[in-house]
Ligand binder design. Sequence first.
Ligand SMILES: [Zn+2]
Length: 94
Amino acid sequence: MTTDPFVQAARNFVDSQRVQAMEELLQYESDMVDDRCAGVLRQLLHPDQKPLTPNQQYIYDALIEPRLAEKCSNCTTFVPAGVDNCQNCDIRYG
Ligand SMILES: [Zn+2]
């Protein structure tokens, strides 16, 4: 059980949002993602869907999952990493 609102938001993402956020971390925030994290991200994004080892799961829980969600730039709604606006603000501000 976590009380981190970013982790809770990430857990509420649908699969496509989680994939989008993981691709964002891997491609555009590589300066924030070390080799171990990148390896875990690549495995999670790989079509084989091999299960993570306990060590990889630890890295995911500690270092990756808390970064998957970000705040919308206009309101307090959580969005996947790399997405600027939530759906509501997208409609309002284009
Ligand atoms: Zn918003």
